[in-house]
Design a protein around this ligand. Structure first.
Ligand SMILES: [Fe+2]
Length: 308
């Protein structure tokens, strides 16, 4: 039938133990050996060892064998090497070296749906007394993995792999420098950005509402304010609330809520977002390290020494 979201990300890091501890605190459920589950999406993160941080594998969730077969045919047409069985098809994205696996996986179902949070407005009382979020005693636990953002040294080839090979649709463009791609009803599941080196920019994890974005990030920063990267704010592309933090390996992790959805392709027209629109609608100004993480130069040197 269709692709319906990201299944899992496998991130290679040099400091496995510290990074595992970070994602436990981030609110993911550690099942052991660096494998983490979200509240509703099953196993969605794996932390494993690599000499420098990188996205080793990205799993995309599909409904059935027809999807696997169709993607296998399209990847073949692109000249990609691939491994295929009745349940999955996988191939290495040629620029970033990330193995992308499309697997049959159940859709993330939250039943009954999470109720809308009531917020008061001018001359509109939707809640009485103290705000209900004040009673939330539990730590924030993300519902599911939403998207991953990749820097690529060859934007058009990486985009072609995801769109022509896997069937992702373009939701919006960031000038000529990147594109928001979807494989579900959410505005983006993968964002590919032009970059001087191939790297993982961030992974993003859905929480219930803006209060959970704020509560989650505040808890992460309480004893470790240096984890703060950028937030609280709201994006233009996808319109989600965001707050970005940095894990001990240098990968950014984002709490997000309230992203645009696109239930019918006909109801959406991609736009080319120029200037800051590609980045955000409101919030504090993004720090330079958001676009160019502090370790990019080191990653470039590492990439060269690996090749050499
Ligand atoms: Fe994001």
């Amino acid at each position: 039938m269709a692709l319906h979201g990201l299944g899992k990300v496998t991130i290679g890091v040099p400091n496995v133990e510290d990074t595992i501890a970070y994602y436990i605190e981030f609110g993911l459920d550690h099942r052991g050996n660096g494998l983490f589950a979200t509240r509703n999406g099953g196993e969605q993160l794996e932390i494993t060892h690599a000499p420098t941080r990188r996205l080793l594998e990205l799993t995309i969730a599909a409904d059935d064998a027809d999807d696997i077969n169709a993607i296998g045919r399209r990847l073949n047409r692109l000249g990609q090497n691939l491994q295929q069985d009745s349940e999955s098809v996988s191939s290495v994205e040629p620029i970033t070296g990330t193995r992308v696996r499309v697997v049959i996986r159940p859709r993330v179902a939250i039943e009954p749906p999470v109720q809308a949070t009531p917020y008061n407005g001018p001359n509109r009382i939707d809640r009485w007394g103290r705000a209900p979020f004040l009673a939330r005693a539990e730590r924030v636990h993300p519902r599911k993995l939403g998207h991953a953002v990749l820097g690529s040294t060859d934007l058009s080839t990486t985009m072609k792999f995801f769109t022509e090979g896997l069937g992702f649709k373009v939701s919006d463009y960031i000038g000529g420098k990147g594109a928001f791609l979807r494989c579900s009803v959410e505005h983006h599941n993968v964002l590919v950005m032009a970059a001087p080196v191939n790297f993982l920019h961030h992974t993003s994890w859905q929480v219930d509402d803006i209060d959970e974005v704020g509560r989650g990030a505040s808890a992460m920063l309480e004893a470790n304010p240096q984890r703060h990267i950028w937030g609280l704010g709201r994006h233009h592309a996808g319109a989600n609330f965001f707050w970005y933090l940095k894990d001990p390996a240098g990968n950014f992790s984002e709490y997000y809520s309230d992203m645009d959805t696109i239930p019918e392709d006909e109801l959406w027209s991609p736009e080319v977002l120029e200037g800051v629109k590609g980045l955000y609608a409101w919030g504090p100004p993004p720090p330079p390290s958001f676009l160019e993480p502090d370790d990019l130069a080191a990653l470039m040197t590492g990439a060269h020494s690996t090749k050499g």
